[in-house]
Design a protein around this ligand. Structure first.
Ligand code: G6Q
Length: 546
């Protein structure tokens, strides 16, 4: 991967920006009645509308040319073919194989990985069915609650998706514990019955400090609650480390594996999805995989001009590198997508938050934008002020379903109207003259209106994309997630970085390891900077305080 293409294209792209900065989107929509159909893509039951960006046909052509010269399709094909594109970890990147429902083989080093994938999926489905229909019995029969213990990629995907798909949830209650803060586990203990709970320890490595400590504390709690020495039947494991799962006391028949070519943040499609599968059932889980597979086919076959993830990537680069917008908001008008932004934060920021390129040199352009968000309409009553009138421009992704998951009077019409109103307002804005006229029409004097009008101005011209889909169902969710995954991938290719490693999380982990003994015992606090030593000393003091 190389970022020389972005460098080579940037003066042309900047010239387009300079030209477009003199035209408002309001004018563009006024002048071209076909703007929506020109700048939107339909697939299946989903529409991706990107017409509310500061673009026109020539600038889009220039962006598509950038994707071509960066070799996005070449890297894409190498990824799908199992090449070791994760060079810094010497691994293939094959989460797409996990949802390959086509029946076609996928070769890694000459070996078809599909039979192993299908074997695990089959074992997961058999176990999930047993848990769901009460045939997997523990201390007091039927499982009523499952608790996924995992963190990062082993938590965010299943937690987000289980909430998003709660209307299809007909299995045992699902809980998710990730934080090493004992409050997470303690609050969960209050909601579950020990005798009928299954803990699913989700950890690719089975060495992650937070997860292992939470799993050990869950085991201790169970032993105490059930007055039993062996509580192994209350545990299942999702891991690539069989030695460690056995050592923990989890039977191989309740251990579901995956492979080193599945990155943590791309692992919802693997055994890591077991809690979701138990919640919604194997059939719906399969529809979730099918949706992602459809998105994979789209990414592989559509020309760049109609390729949703490529367009998302290019618009992101346009906004980040050419217009200089440092952040990106994701605003689902879908309450059950309330963990969607958190999930995407990991996907996007852990993948593309890199300042070193594949060639070991410092990146020649800015890379991953800061991603954040909350569901609308709640956000409207909180931080949208800054999005509309703040000094920074924040490109937004809006997401909304045509059909609600719940039928409740006119709630959904209100939700949709709010969603469309926000992107319209961001695009169209309000001039000072318009603001002043409105104030005068409301009965204000000319003088008062003149003084207040500047506060009521909306500059407009603020970019957004909108995903409109039929309904938030398993297939649609699978599709959406895969589109975002491929967007991140295509951006990584254009920036010349490796989107599949995460060395940036290592230093903090190592230092935490050093600090644990010093936090436990003040006498051991040494060889640290003055701030850390000062904080340690204060911590030990405050701990003693009454
Ligand atoms: C994701 C990261 C990271 C990982 C967690 C949990 O891509 O690698 O978020 O998922 O650190 O790791 P384990 O699954 O090994 O416990």
């Amino acid at each position: 991967m190389t970022s020389s293409s972005l460098k080579a294209h940037s003066s042309e792209l900047k010239a387009h920006k300079n030209r477009l900065s003199r035209i408002s989107m309001r004018e563009q929509f006024g002048a071209d009645k076909k703007r929506f159909s020109k700048f939107s893509v339909c697939t299946d039951d989903m529409i991706f509308d990107y017409s509310k960006n500061r673009i026109d046909t020539p600038s889009m052509k220039a962006l598509v040319a950038l994707a071509k010269s960066a070799g996005v399709s070449n890297y894409r094909d190498r990824m799908f073919a199992g090449a070791q594109i994760n060079e810094t970890e010497g691994r293939a990147v094959l989460h797409t194989a996990l949802r390959n429902t086509s029946g076609k083989p996928v070769l890694v080093d000459g070996k078809d990985v599909m039979p192993d994938i299908q074997k695990v999926l089959k074992a997961m489905a058999a176990f999930a069915n047993k848990v769901r229909n009460g045939k997997y019995a523990v201390t007091e029969g039927k499982i009523t609650d499952i608790v996924n213990i995992g963190i990062g990629g082993s938590d965010l995907g299943p937690a987000m998706a289980t909430l998003a798909l709660s209307p299809w949830h007909n299995g045992p209650r699902a809980h998710f514990v990730s934080n090493v803060d004992g409050a997470d586990l303690a609050d969960t203990f209050k909601k579950i019955e020990p005798a009928t709970t299954l803990f699913i320890v989700a950890s690719k490595t089975f060495t992650t400090q937070e997860t292992m400590r939470n799993a050990e504390s869950a085991r201790t709690w169970l032993k105490k609650q059930l007055c039993k020495k062996d509580v192994g039947q209350h545990f299942a494991a999702l891991s690539t480390n069989l030695e460690a799962t056995r050592k923990f006391g989890i039977d191989d028949e309740r251990t579901f594996g995956f492979w080193d070519w599945v990155g943590g943040r791309y692992s919802i499609w693997s055994a890591i999805g077991l809690s979701l599968m138990i919640a919604i059932g194997p059939k719906k889980f399969n529809e979730f995989l099918e949706g992602a597979h459809q998105a994979d086919l789209h990414f592989q076959s559509e020309p760049y001009e109609k390729n949703i993830p490529v367009l998302m990537a290019l618009l992101g680069i346009w906004n980040r590198n050419i217009w200089g917008h440092a952040t990106q908001a994701v605003l689902p008008y879908d309450n059950r997508l309330s963990r969607f932004a958190a999930y995407l934060q990991q996907l996007d920021m852990e993948s593309n938050g890199k300042r070193v390129m594949m060639n070991g040199k410092r990146a020649t352009s800015d890379t991953g934008a800061i991603l954040w968000g909350e569901p609308g309409t709640n956000g409207q009553h909180a931080f949208y002020q800054l999005i509309h009138q703040g000094t920074s421009v924040i490109p937004c992704d809006f997401l909304v379903a045509a059909k609600p998951q719940e039928k409740m009077g006119d709630h959904h019409s209100l939700l949709v109207a709010n969603c469309l109103a926000q992107s319209e307002a961001l695009m169209i804005g309000k001039t000072e003259d318009e603001a002043k006229s409105e104030l005068i029409a409301s009965g204000m004097s000319e003088k008062q209106a003149k003084a207040l009008a500047p506060h009521k101005v909306f500059e407009g011209n603020r970019p957004s994309n909108t995903f409109l889909y039929k309904q938030l169902d398993p297939k649609t969710l699978g599709m959406l997630l895969a589109f975002y995954e491929h967007k991140v991938f295509a951006q990584g290719v254009i920036w010349g970085i490796n989107s599949f490693d995460q060395w940036g999380v290592e230093l903090g982990k190592a230092l935490a390891g050093q600090l644990v003994p010093m936090v436990k015992d003040p006498a051991l606090a040494k060889n640290k900077d003055a701030s850390t030593l000062g904080l340690l000393a204060s911590y030990h003091e405050l701990k003693k305080a009454k």
